[in-house]
Design a protein around this ligand. Structure first.
Ligand SMILES: [Mn+2]
Length: 272
């Protein structure tokens, strides 16, 4: 089985970006069984932008299944939305509903199976398990999402009704339920995430202003759950980590192939 994987488009409405995206997908994604989009499809979380992105991709790859998870940018809300009672949890649901309405598959709504391969997915999140000890900072310092002059934009644009740790746990429980629900009926499982599930995938540089932000790359808790089912989970596709790292690369962690698709240029991944 071959999957065309891409993500982190951060589309802001520049039409020529979409034209290039369509051309790239058309040339790279022939002879695949599915397309996987690993989140951050929009830069701002605006649903009209999501609709533009998915419509153009669908136009190019139809009738292939397009499997979609959101990224942190896709659940951003602006003040005007907050005043209308829209928080990031509601945005997450609106994202997944729109994905379905546009003829794509929202993996957070449930698993999807192609032949003997099951796909499960989540935005993933962070619970500060990737926070580097050497910085000597407290958990509160990371919850502030700000270091020196730099701020993690989730601080200003992600509005959740609970903590990041609680959000992570909620998402994790749902992912494990999804894995369990298909476990006995498939031969292999592919996990599609936006955030990273293993610390070993995180790039640390031993520089304060870099490593501080590693805390927001993902959560080892997802790794623990994935490892628990590693006799069937053969592949993890993720996005989110793109600055200063090589994307479109796979690495093996705990004998699971983990591929970073955090690039708008598609990568072809085989499920071994
Ligand atoms: Mn991201």
């Amino acid at each position: 089985m071959r999957i065309c994987c891409l993500g982190d488009l951060h589309y802001f409405g520049v039409k020529k970006d979409l034209e290039m995206l369509a051309r790239n997908i058309e040339s790279a994604c022939s002879e695949v069984n599915a397309v996987a989009l690993v989140g951050d499809l929009t830069g701002s979380g605006r649903l009209s932008l999501l609709e533009e992105v998915l419509s153009i991709i669908r136009g190019v790859v139809d009738p292939l299944p397009i499997l979609v998870v959101p990224g942190n940018h896709d659940i951003y809300v602006v003040d005007e939305e907050v005043s209308r009672g829209i928080n990031s949890l509601l945005k997450l649901n609106l994202f997944n509903e729109l994905v379905g309405r546009l003829g794509c598959i929202a993996l957070m709504k449930g698993p999807y199976t192609i032949n003997d391969v099951g796909f499960v997915g989540s935005i993933g999140w962070y619970d500060y398990s990737f926070a580097p000890d050497w910085l000597g900072l407290s958990i509160e310092d990371f919850r502030a999402k700000s270091f020196g002059l730099y701020t993690w934009a989730d601080r200003d644009y992600v509005k959740l009704p609970f903590s990041d740790e609680e959000f992570t746990l909620m998402l994790l429980n749902k992912l494990e339920e999804d894995i369990k629900s298909i476990y006995s009926s498939v031969e292999k499982i592919v996990v599609v995430l936006h955030h990273l599930p293993f610390r070993k995938l995180v790039k640390y540089e031993l520089r304060h202003e870099w490593d501080y932000f590693s805390a927001f790359m993902g959560s080892e808790a997802f790794g623990y759950v994935i490892k628990r089912y590693s006799d069937k989970v053969k592949l993890v596709l993720h996005g989110h980590q793109h600055d200063g790292v090589e994307t479109n690369k796979c690495r093996e962690v705990n004998r699971i192939k983990c591929c970073n698709c955090a690039s708008p240029y598609p990568m072809i991944v085989e499920v071994d």
